[in-house]
Design a protein around this ligand. Structure first.
Ligand code: IMP
Ligand code: MG
Length: 175
């Protein structure tokens, strides 16, 4: 029997199984391997959600690369739309490099647009985006994605609700 996850008054059911996530992530790694042969590639993970996807993706990347992290947070609910940095990068990390941003999920696209603007100021050679999940309306904001999903909240494989459930090996969707 399938076991749903309960949190307060919410319930989540299994949505994408771990083996499918790994299979799809390997395909993305292979595409990156074939595409960037002579570039100075820097993967920039967006904390905290990027960790499981980034770990899996990089374990199958065979070209030389560096990696780094950005951490952003949104202000309180009453001031939605205001994003601030908890952790940023320096020009040395980015200038003239091929940047591949790693996200867990792109929803409205507000965060990734903000990050794109931030990175552009350091004059990278190019900025690409790889996201494990993407919502239909934001598909143009990403160069590689694992799965296109419907507009329901998800948890697991790095994604959280109130910082919990990031550890789940499969992805669960709100019922
Ligand atoms: P956006 O700015 O609306 O595109 O939202 C992107 C960020 O919000 C992601 O990096 C996640 O941290 C978080 N987020 C958006 N949707 C979900 C979800 O369904 N589950 C967990 N986190 C989410
Ligand atoms: Mg995130």
């Amino acid at each position: 029997m399938k076991k749903n996850i309960k949190y307060e008054d919410l319930e989540f059911e299994k949505y994408i199984e771990n083996y499918k996530i790994l299979e799809r992530t390997k395909q993305i790694s292979d595409q990156i391997n074939g595409r960037y042969i002579n570039d100075e590639v820097v993967f920039v993970g967006i904390l905290n959600g990027c960790i499981p996807f980034m770990n899996e993706l990089l374990s199958n990347v065979t070209i030389p690369y560096k990696y780094n992290f950005i951490k952003i947070s949104s202000y309180s609910k009453t001031e939605s739309g205001n994003i601030k940095f908890e952790l940023g990068l320096s020009e040395d990390d980015i200038f003239d490099k091929t940047i591949i941003v790693i996200e867990d999920i792109i929803d409205s696209g507000k965060s990734i647009k903000f990050i794109h603007n931030y990175l552009s100021e350091f004059n990278p050679k190019s900025i690409k985006v790889a996201s494990l999940l993407i919502k239909e309306e934001s598909i143009g904001l990403c160069d590689w994605y694992g799965f296109k999903i419907s507009d329901k909240f998800v948890i697991g494989f790095g994604m959280d609700i109130d910082d919990s459930f990031r550890y789940l090996k499969d992805i669960y969707q709100k019922v």
